[in-house]
Write a protein that binds this ligand. Structure first.
Ligand SMILES: [Zn+2]
Length: 74
């Protein structure tokens, strides 16, 4: 059961688990998002940064865990 809430960026309970770098402060952290712009493995997304204390853009470094919605068979 998943709620389709798309109201705000930074709601990160679904999607693939990513290692990403904040473009604001350069911090590397693990985030979840379903709204990656560009390729999942090297795209960007908006997420809250606790160092910047606001929503910033993050660049994907690598995919740590695939999301449920992918259904990917390699
Ligand atoms: Zn930051």
């Amino acid at each position: 059961m998943s709620s389709e809430s798309r109201s705000a960026p930074g709601v990160g309970h679904a999607g693939p688990l990513l290692s990403a770098r904040c473009t604001g402060c350069g911090k590397v952290s693990e985030k979840r998002t379903t709204e990656i712009v560009g390729e999942r493995s090297r795209g960007s997304f908006q997420h809250v940064c606790h160092s910047c204390k606001c929503v910033t853009w993050w660049n994907v470094l690598r995919v740590l865990q695939e999301g449920e919605s992918s259904g990917g068979v390699q």
